[in-house]
Design a protein around this ligand. Structure first.
Ligand SMILES: *Cc1c(COP(=O)(O)O)cnc(C)c1O
Length: 392
């Protein structure tokens, strides 16, 4: 392998949060205000989320993972229960299911979208099934109509992992508007609060429960959040957690959300450049867009490496990209292939052919709003160079 590195060019990371002066000013205002933890700005972010996503209730949390934990707790999921989710997901969901004592049941994905479907989930439903957690992948949207019909028919809650889907839409409606969806505001996601999550639901009772569980289970008046923590007479209604989002973080989110459309448009423009330039690289296949109407948030630009044609492994390909000054990501290494699950739950690995096929071939290319067109072109040039050199 040729180790030529272009020292004249800066390292292009796989992702970098976009921070404008408005975000910096917003955080500084909170720091000067005398109230830095959960308060008026977090309430404002929740309100902004409801307006952007069109959801009835939004509860800000310290992470999407926290949202999943509170959900499993609120649903009383535990030993003897099964939760259906893909293995092609972030480990957080599966870790939490496992920690409750319930059993994760892995559903396969479509090979070219990395998304699961009602058709794939249905045969896995049995009397122990308690919850369905499909994942909107890379900024595309799940085919929600059949999933909703399936969940309804079996009387099961459907909770969308919408970590990749801030700004995504399905058949003309924003993801999160209907049903229950959990968004992430981790720094690599489409908007960020440093760390953070948003629990959106049209179920008012569930929202109240999540709001209470977020802060020690205290029955604090939802309209008096400003004084949350200042009301020593508030009583524990049920044992809860400590998953609230501080105003310092929420301030970032309010400002980021106002730039969501612009930032996602920039992501879409970069993705279009990638798609055009990669069309002539036969060893590399981007994900396909689903055929139903949807709005893409372009959270990730994922390619699959034809490891036979390229005569190199995906891991070597990623290393070679790094040597060319280009960062890349892996979304995701399938959960069932990770040490704990491989060793403790080998049966989970059954019947996941499309997950298996993708887990050794996928790679996420740099994609973030502050990239310029030349950066995207540079990535494709590097890919061509790597593939050519490898065959010499
Ligand atoms: C990022 C991510 C999560 C977890 O989000 P956090 O805010 O980091 O807890 C969950 N699911 C998917 C698919 C993700 O990409």
């Amino acid at each position: 392998m040729n180790e030529r590195t272009k020292s004249s060019e800066k390292f292009l990371p796989f992702s970098r949060p976009s921070m404008s002066e408005a975000e910096i000013d917003a955080v500084v205002r909170v720091l000067r205000s005398g109230w830095i933890t959960t308060g008026p700005v977090t309430a404002e972010l929740e309100q902004c989320f409801c307006e952007t996503v069109g959801c009835a209730n939004a509860v800000a949390l310290s992470s999407a993972t926290a949202g999943m934990h509170l959900l499993l707790h609120a649903l009383g999921i535990g030993p003897g229960d099964e939760v259906i989710t893909p293995s092609m997901t972030w480990v957080s969901t599966v870790n939490l299911i496992t920690l409750t004592g319930a059993r994760p049941v892995f559903v396969d994905i479509e090979r070219d979208t990395l998304m699961t479907s009602a058709r794939l989930i249905e045969p896995l439903i049995n009397a122990r099934t308690r919850l369905l957690v499909p994942v909107h992948f890379a900024g595309a949207a799940l085919d929600l109509d059949p999933l909703r019909v399936l969940a309804e028919r079996h009387g099961l809650p459907l909770v969308e992992d919408a970590a990749h889907a801030i700004g995504s839409g399905y058949r003309g409606n924003p993801i999160g508007q209907r049903g229950t969806a959990i968004f992430s505001m981790h720094p690599i996601k489409n908007i960020t609060t440093g760390e953070g999550g948003m629990f959106c639901t049209d179920d008012g009772q569930l929202a109240e429960r999540i709001r209470r569980l977020r802060f020690h289970g205290l029955g604090v008046d939802a309209f008096d959040r400003e004084t949350l923590g200042r009301a020593p007479q508030a009583e524990v209604q049920e044992p809860g957690f400590k998953y609230n989002l501080p105003d310092m973080n929420a301030a970032l989110g309010v400002s980021q959300l106002s730039r969501l459309k612009t930032m996602n448009q920039r992501r879409a423009d970069l993705a279009a450049i990638y798609r055009q330039l990669l069309a002539e690289v036969e060893e590399v296949t981007p994900l396909e867009s689903p055929a139903y109407p949807f709005e893409h948030a372009w959270h990730l630009f994922i390619i699959r490496l034809d490891i036979e044609k390229a005569r190199m492994s995906r891991d070597d390909f990623m290393t070679a990209l790094k040597q060319q000054g280009i960062g890349s990501g892996l979304h995701f290494r399938a959960v069932h292939t990770q040490k704990y699950y491989r060793e403790q739950m080998p049966a989970l690995a059954e019947n996941l052919p499309n997950t298996e096929w993708n887990t050794g071939r996928i790679c996420s290319l740099p994609l973030f709003p502050d990239m310029d067109d030349a950066d995207a072109r540079r990535v494709v040039t590097a890919i061509k160079f790597i593939l050519r050199e490898n065959k010499r």
